[in-house]
Design a protein around this ligand. Sequence first.
Ligand code: NAP
Ligand code: GLV
Length: 323
Amino acid sequence: MNGDLTRRHGDTERGPVIATSFPLPDEALGLLGEVGTVAGPHGWRDALGEAAALLCLLTDTVDAALLESAPRLRIVANAVVGFNHVDVAACRARGIVVTNTPDVLTAATAELAWALLLAAVRRLPQAERSLRAGEFHGWGFWDYLGDGLEGRTLGIYGMGRIGRAVARRAGGFGMRVIYHSRTPLPADEERALDAERVSFGDLLARGDVISLHAPLTPETRHAFGRDALARMRPGSVLVNTARGPLVDEAALADALRDGPLAAAGLDVYEHEPAVHPGLLELPNVVLLPHIGSATRGTRTAMAMLAARNVHAVLSGHPPLTPI
Ligand code: NAP
Ligand code: GLV
């Protein structure tokens, strides 16, 4: 391994190499220093030949080619929850453990989904842009009108950890919750959330706001394509904090311009970091740069969970959050 690329801690430099593609907090570096020598983030790919562990992000494609260059790898600690960028089958075939960071980011991402939802429904970016442009000349009875949420229906696509956290917050806004997931929730949880499981068609037909929380899989890719978008309610709103490719962005731009959608709130994109030009020119879509889990506390918790997974595996223990 190239010594210039290695960040060494204490007397652990004889231990296994732990490559990281992103900067880690001191607490995580301290923990990893107990079981190995951290290399990266600068030049982390060059450390893969010796690495026993890799801490990586959703912007790092972990495919057969990467694994080929990392013959000693024992764990891929993916420091986000989605793992569509990791070839899990190829890792398993090589006996490599793959972990992610569930739960610690659930609240932050659910809060961001609500932020997008509220911003889209009440047209906050348009109102703010108008004020900054000097167009606010005093309170106007018919100015800046959006829609309300009370009594309306929130549709959740993918009722997992984040979908349920979004649903839990709906009661405070007086919204009814429907959801579509392949597996029904346990009856007591469905009752506690006051949520009704519906078919995909009913989700589209009944949701005033539809919020996406399913992982990106071959089945969910373009689930919200031209046909599904056309079947959404007139004046409805789409919120996506899951993965961009769940939505056909060209079709979404058309549905926002010509109907039936009134607005959309997006945190994720089909071809990140690119955003479809048709979306960029529309006023009725709120666009955020993939910040669902971006709170200081959450990102630290994600980095620590990834480090704990590496620590466990390199110490001969089972991982905490395996995929
Ligand atoms: P999770 O607990 O695994 O929930 C995903 C849910 O989607 C599960 O309930 C699953 O249930 C459902 N699902 C899977 N395939 C489906 C399908 N074909 N149709 C309908 N539902 C389906 O995951 P999570 O922790 O809530 O995270 C969800 C996703 O959010 C992640 O995969 C990630 O891509 C994204 N995310 C984004 C951000 C951000 O920064 N914007 C932050 C965190 C997470 P069934 O298998 O029973 O259907
Ligand atoms: C972020 O997008 C995540 O999957 O954690």
